[in-house]
Ligand binder design. Sequence first.
Ligand code: GUN
Length: 307
Amino acid sequence: MAILDGKPVAEKIHGLIKDEVAAIKKEHGQTPGLTVIMAGDNPASHAYVKSKSKLAEQMGIRSNLLKLPADAQLEEIIKTIEICNTDARIHAVLVQMPLPAHLDSWKILDHIRPEKDVDCFHPFNLGMILLGRSRIFPCTPAGILEILDYYKIDVSGLKIAVVGRSFLVGKPMAMMLSNRNATVTLCHSKTAKLEKITIDADLIVAAVGRPGFIKADMVKPGVILIDVGINHIRHEDDFVANCQPSQYEGFKKKGYAITGDIHFQAYAKASFFTPVPGGVGPLTVTMLMHNTLELCKRSLSVTRDEK
Ligand code: GUN
């Protein structure tokens, strides 16, 4: 049972990003620029946004936050996106998810110019991923591939169950793994007899947002487990059901514990697993910086376009 620690992977990429950002500044007089648009006051989004601006600063990337009220209307958000689309100093635009419930995400995301779509959520960019023609990918699945590469895990020929079909993680992840010659089953909350699929999988990616959803009896010995879940546990009985006893002191002190979508007892059966926190999490913001740099390079024609 070996831990796939995300921190050294992220640190290695940070070094590469910093060097490239410095080179672009020197050779082109340009600073890669990222703008985050956030509507409302979702506490988890605040934490993400803060970590984005902190890492951007460390990488030498210019970042700014455009904050809109929770009752912002579609037109106002689209207008904000369009200002970013035409500002040459902004190479990357991100609309923080989730949006307030009255807003239709697709109606908003469709307005980000594909060339500035740092999340790869625009239908054009998702289509390029489907075709295996994209050079950048949504941040969380991109981070997972970086972890697999760093630890030399070749997915070619593996049976993989991706559990969760969100457009942020599950759907692009399934495509990206398929493009690497894995045999992928994309599962979700309505999958009948899910355990029959997961027990047969060589590798499982869990991105369902439910604590301990993948239980020990649903996985085979030697499986590789990639846990995308970041679930906050606040109640004692949920803690007992989902968290490791060693987390108890921290739980009592902070009033919450963080746990993944895969039950910790399943980790014990795995050959490799990503811990929560500290596995996939650190890579998500890292890959956002990577994508920002890529979009900047593309705007300067430093990289060639896709095949
Ligand atoms: N909210 C949680 N993860 C993400 C992400 O990868 N992109 C955006 N835009 N919002 C998120």
